[in-house]
Design a protein around this ligand. Structure first.
Ligand code: SF4
Length: 441
């Protein structure tokens, strides 16, 4: 079980010497409990305390990286069962599947679907993560040929290699093994051969089993053979997956079964889109799916983004001066906060008016207008700072800014402090069109 801050504090030397970078042992203990620092930062810990703290503060789910280079992605290192308890850290990798029996042209088409997929939502690019190549032919030559087609122009695209014959798997690894693909296909008979391959290439391995107990035993067998980068295969019907995934996450967080402290792999080629969505919502870390329609793909990426954003941190825009349309020096300047949803809502309504304008985004630590005003995060000094840092005065011929209706109590102070004339805009962005029509003719 994870230790609480006070339990950790009891194990610390209590010198309050600040050498760990924290002012007191208690604040260090609190950070340890939150997983924000490593025990090694305290030079005075004895070996026993180090061992206890190391085991307690280590993430209960092993970190696993798939691929190498800029497209690689990391999964695992999760700490909670429910997102609202803290956050989920590593979103699942979504991989489109191809069979090595498909034509080279079809394989290229799926590769380009993966590489070409990019959905920008609230300022964040959402992408697919890679490709799973399935050795349906059972032929080492054909499997190697299919992987060659995939990697020809995309050597760094993260891959899952799916084959149960070690000879076929080795033929695939000979092509792309240096890029650390995820290997799936290990079973009771081929376990040693697959572990040898995983070790040789340093590649992560997907372990399977009929139930969580057998899965844990097989994972322990692999770790006994020197493999630490493991994932647990929970593919099955949706009902079976939900049950198994729930049990595995509970056991991993309780640290009660060491063989279950690994991220989850899920193949939903047979269960389709609903299986994919279930996997995203119920702890799967790598999901292999058939290529999706555009609508399905967008829905899956948005669902994943919604679940894997930190509920304690509002999504923020970078403060600064933004253009809507092609504004000139006489066009109006609207001011708003850097809470992403506020920005994108206002931007959408402004674009729909077809009136070019400037948008000055001020740093309110991601708070909405009403909250920022109440919390003192939107103030005359914050506005002055934003005007100066953005170089607004050199972009326009006037000195007028339009502030949100909810910031109206600040209008006088902003005018006084910044020297800019303030017009109070509407409270609701939906009224921006009529405001422009009536006030900015
Ligand atoms: S270095 Fe160790 S003893 Fe010193 S304040 Fe930090 S935790 Fe306490």
């Amino acid at each position: 079980m994870a230790l609480k801050a006070l339990d950790i504090y009891k194990l610390l030397p209590k010198k309050n010497c600040k050498e760990c970078g924290d002012p007191t042992c208690l604040t260090f203990a609190m950070k340890l409990a939150q997983g924000k620092v490593e025990p090694d930062l305290c030079p005075y810990l004895d070996e026993e305390a180090k061992n206890i703290l190391g085991a307690s503060t280590r993430p209960p789910i092993q970190k696993v990286t798939v691929g190498m280079g800029t497209l690689s992605f990391t999964v695992g290192e999760e700490f909670v069962f429910y997102r609202h308890e803290k956050t989920f850290y590593h979103q699942p990798g979504i991989m489109y599947s191809v069979s090595d029996t498909e034509s080279d042209d079809r394989i290229r088409e799926v590769v380009s679907q993966v590489r070409g997929c990019r959905l920008t939502r609230i300022g964040i690019d959402l992408v697919l993560n890679g490709l799973a190549v399935y050795a349906e032919s059972r032929s080492p030559e054909r499997f190697a040929a299919a992987i060659t087609v995939v990697t020809q122009d995309n050597p760094d695209l993260p891959l899952v290699l799916m084959a149960s014959d070690p000879a076929v798997m080795e033929a695939g690894l000979a092509i792309c093994g240096n890029y650390l693909p995820l290997i799936r296909g290990v079973n009771d008979q081929n376990c040693e051969a697959f572990c040898t391959l995983a070790k040789k290439y340093g590649a992560p391995l997907v372990v399977s089993g009929n139930d969580p107990e057998q899965l844990a035993a097989n994972a322990s067998r692999c770790t006994g053979l020197g493999i630490t980068q493991l994932m647990l295969d929970l593919s099955g019907t949706e009902g079976e997956f939900i049950r198994a995934s729930t049990l595995v996450r509970q056991a991993a967080l309780a640290r009660s079964v060491p063989g279950l402290g690994y991220p989850v792999f899920l193949d939903v080629r047979s269960s389709g889109f609903s299986g994919l969505i279930t996997g995203i919502t119920k702890f799967a870390s790598v999901i292999v799916t058939r290529p999706l329609t555009r609508t399905e793909m967008q829905a899956a990426l948005v669902m994943r983004q919604n679940i894997y954003t930190d509920p304690q941190k509002p999504i923020q825009m970078t403060p600064g001066l933004y253009r809507v349309g092609s504004p000139g020096r006489d066009d109006p300047v609207f001011l708003t906060v850097n809470f992403s949803l506020t920005y994108f809502t206002l931007q959408g309504y402004l674009e729909s008016t077809r009136r070019s304008c400037w948008l000055l985004i001020v740093d309110t630590e991601g708070m909405s207008v009403l909250t920022a005003v109440a919390a003192g995060k939107l103030s005359e000094s914050v506005v002055k700072d934003a005007i100066e840092k953005s170089g607004l005065a050199s972009e326009v011929n006037h000195k007028t800014i339009i502030i949100p209706g909810y910031a109206s109590p600040l209008s006088g102070r902003i005018e006084e402090y910044t020297g800019w004339k303030v017009i109070v805009g509407p409270r609701d962005a939906a009224e921006i069109a009529s405001f422009i029509e009536e006030e900015l003719k």
